[in-house]
Design a protein around this ligand. Structure first.
Ligand code: MF3
Ligand code: CO
Length: 255
């Protein structure tokens, strides 16, 4: 069942989304050579709690941290720890906050120092692919219209989309129906209606789309070891323009 949000639901999802997006921006500012991933996790955790929310990911299916930090060939679900960011790393930060009964969920890939132009392009194409999908996030369209826009933009640029993980509905639960794949699949073609809230989240690999999961049971890495990037916002379908509920981009990677 797809839950449709009205009035107060939307107001609270905006508030949850603002906290989540501000946490992403805070984490993004910390992406610098020498900073440990656990320092970012701590800062995000404290920020979320100080704003009266709880980290959506902490203890979710046993996940042990408040943020996922995935570096270079890591796609998603990297667990923060003692690893320090190095010059030339690309660092995907994924954060969720639960506030007054509603979740926000967003991610971005940040660049530490200098990276070569192909990796920079990967990060830019990943972010832009979200906005290509967003153009179709309108009542009357269907979920696969979003999927198709993301996939075709990514592939036109010579990269590939991950198949095993998808975007999702979001609200009182972190993961709600419908699934929002970043690729076209046969199956249900869910029609978009006002009040749907979706986490649209392209995961883009520079090389092949295959992934595997590390021994820690969480960290998703590319099979070919090439870099991967991620970008995500929580989006409300309206009767007009889609509304990004996690609007503070904090995507300082290009300065
Ligand atoms: N943004 C990710 C998702 O929507 C976050 C899940 S991480 C987990 O699936 F740790 F909570 F599983
Ligand atoms: Co998500």
């Amino acid at each position: 069942m797809i839950s449709l949000k009205t009035g107060r639901d939307i107001e609270l999802m905006r508030q949850a989304g603002m906290i989540t997006a501000a946490a992403r921006a805070l984490a993004g500012e910390m992406v610098k050579p020498g900073v440990s991933t656990k320092a970012i996790d701590r800062a995000v955790h404290d920020f979320i709690v100080e704003h009266g929310a709880t980290p959506s990911f902490l203890n979710y299916n046993g996940y042990p941290a408040s943020v996922c930090i995935s570096i270079n060939e890591q796609v998603i679900h990297g667990i923060p720890g003692s690893r320090r960011i190095k010059e030339g790393d690309i660092v995907s930060i994924d954060v969720g906050a639960f506030y007054k009964g509603y979740h926000g969920d967003c991610a971005a890939t940040f660049i530490a120092g200098y990276v070569d132009s192909e990796i920079r392009k990967l990060v830019e194409v990943t972010r832009q692919s979200f906005f290509e999908g967003l153009k179709f996030a309108r009542a009357g369209n269907r979920v696969p219209d979003i999927s198709h826009a993301i996939q075709s933009y990514v592939e036109k640029n010579g990269f590939s989309v991950v198949r095993q993980f998808v975007g999702h509905g979001i609200g009182q639960k972190l993961h709600e129906e419908p699934e929002v794949p970043n690729f076209v699949v046969p199956g249900p073609r869910v029609r978009l209606v006002p009040g749907m809230t979706l986490a649209i989240e392209p995961m883009v690999n520079m090389g092949g789309s295959s992934i595997r999961i590390l021994e820690d049971g969480w960290t998703v890495v590319t099979e070919d070891g090439k870099p991967s990037a991620h970008y995500e916002n929580t989006v409300l379908i309206t009767d007009g323009e889609p509304m990004i509920l996690t609007p503070l981009d904090g995507d300082g990677g290009f300065e």
